[in-house]
Design a protein around this ligand. Structure first.
Ligand code: C2O
Ligand code: CU
Length: 461
């Protein structure tokens, strides 16, 4: 059956809650005010039909996708219908500190049955996401993750725009959650899931318009896995990385074997082969047994201009750091065994610690540690991020965006990011302007590393 406009909707209403249904969009409200509820829900994740009791932001088969608009006010009227407190953190968004969703640091936890209104004006367009910052390990593992797309002021004109949320689940055959964490995993690369999904489905198939340019937004919400993704096809389509962690790059680079750590996003522009039936797939090669993540099939579509050049994305308005005047600070990410208190978790539970930033593990403090550093409002900084461990750490900063300058391990064409994938023994230099006042978290996004010490905060005053 030929595809039509209904299946290839490109300009979706801003601010809608858009569940993905088997690869097609269901349209939602045309509004920049969204109601969002965290609750328990039943979801079929396993191929054998077993049902899993998950935490979710909507009663839909796929993940929740919110759409905001660059430079326009966006309001999320959030309600917590879980039996536990929670918060929402808007990962990668440069917003007011009070809206950042970090319990005890920027807000009180949202108690069961109560509400909190998150309101912000996203300055940057691109692929973002959201998740709790309270009991993150448990709540994120159980499914509390959503996609936040900030639309450009003008539609860049792709023939299809498809978010692909990557997440593994730790499930038994009967659909129960298995052990989400272990000391062994926590102290090494993390505990990996056994059920690997894209948009909550195992190896879904998407129909894409033949001859069109599609924007595929890879969004790694997994707690642990660093994906190494390749495109797999008999007839290899043209494909370019066009944005990293939400931020468009000045010169799109050909898609190769792309590393995407927890928290990170990659926007890929693919020119679909102009032959209905042609297929291509994303394949993860990060483990010794690679697997196909999802598959795309070209279908004839009426309104595709097959000769059109790749659509371009405007750059985001991120302030340019003054490198000559910048203050340099080194952060050493290291191991370090101890025990302490979990925060972003039950406060008085003792947890083991395995990781440190500059020799300090966050949980050594019962409530809030002092900031790692106090930064001067408006000043430029260069952070030297030094990985002293044999593991990879995606280092995330809230409320600010890094410009990556160089690495001791690889050639870098400077780019912007909120989450730096630090490889073993790598040192990366990251610059930014401290232009956003408040308390900003700074942590590893492998959640077991975060909760066992590799977490701190910075204060901008
Ligand atoms: Cu997505 Cu503090 O993290
Ligand atoms: Cu880590």
């Amino acid at each position: 059956m030929p595809a039509n406009r209904r299946q290839f909707i490109k300009g979706l209403a801003a601010g809608s809650v858009l569940p993905l249904l088997g690869g097609c969009y269901a349209n939602g409200l045309n509004s920049r005010v969204v109601d969002l509820t965290a609750r328990s829900a039943k979801k079929q994740l396993l191929a054998n039909g077993a049902v899993t009791e998950v935490f979710d932001y909507a009663n839909s088969p796929g993940p929740v996708i919110l759409r905001a608009r660059q430079g326009e006010r966006f309001t999320v009227r959030f309600r917590n219908d879980l039996e536990k407190p929670t918060t929402i953190h808007w990962h990668g968004i440069r917003l007011d500190n009070a809206m950042d969703g970090v319990p005890f640091l920027t807000q009180d936890p949202v108690a069961p049955g109560s509400s909190f209104h998150y309101e912000f004006t996203p300055p940057d367009a691109g692929s973002f996401w959201f998740h709790p910052h309270f009991d993150s390990l448990d709540q994120m593992a159980r499914g509390l993750n959503g996609v936040l797309i900030v639309e450009e002021r003008e539609d860049p004109g792709f023939d299809l725009d498809l978010p692909l949320m990557l997440k593994d689940w730790v499930l038994t055959d009967t659909g129960e959650f298995g052990r989400i964490t272990s000391k062994r995993g926590m102290s090494r690369a993390g505990t990996f899931g056994n059920i690997r999904t894209v948009n909550h489905q195992i190896n879904p198939l998407y129909h894409v318009p033949a001859g069109g340019w599609v924007r595929l937004r890879l969004i790694n919400v997994d707690l642990t896995r660093v994906y190494k993704i390749i495109l797999d096809a008999v007839e290899m389509p043209e494909a370019f990385v066009i944005a990293v962690d939400g931020n468009p790059i000045a010169s799109p680079s050909p898609f190769g074997r792309e590393h995407i750590g927890p928290g990170q996003r990659l926007d890929v522009a693919v020119k679909v082969p102009d032959r209905p039936g042609a297929v291509f797939a994303f394949r993860n090669t990060s483990s010794s047994k690679p697997w196909e993540m999802c598959r795309f099939q070209a279908e004839r579509a009426d309104d595709v201009d097959v000769r059109r050049a790749m659509p371009r994305l405007p750059l985001n308005p991120i302030p340019e750091p003054d490198l000559a005047a910048a203050k340099e600070i080194t952060y050493r990410f290291d191991s370090g065994v101890g025990d302490g208190y979990a925060i972003c978790g039950g406060i008085h539970e003792k947890v083991p610690t395995f990781w440190t930033i500059n020799g300090i593990a966050w949980p050594e403090y019962a409530i809030l540690p002092p900031p790692l550093d106090v930064l001067e409002m408006g000043r430029s900084y260069i952070f030297e991020l030094a990985n002293h461990t044999p593991h990879t750490h995606p280092i995330h900063i809230h409320g600010l965006t890094f410009k990556i300058l160089e690495s001791n391990k690889r050639a870098v064409d400077p780019f912007h990011t909120d989450t730096v994938l630090l490889r073993p023994d790598e040192r990366v230099r990251a610059a930014f302007v401290a232009d956003n006042p408040g308390h900003w978290m700074f942590h590893c996004h492998i959640i077991e590393h975060q909760v066992s010490g590799m977490m701190g905060h910075l204060q901008v005053v």
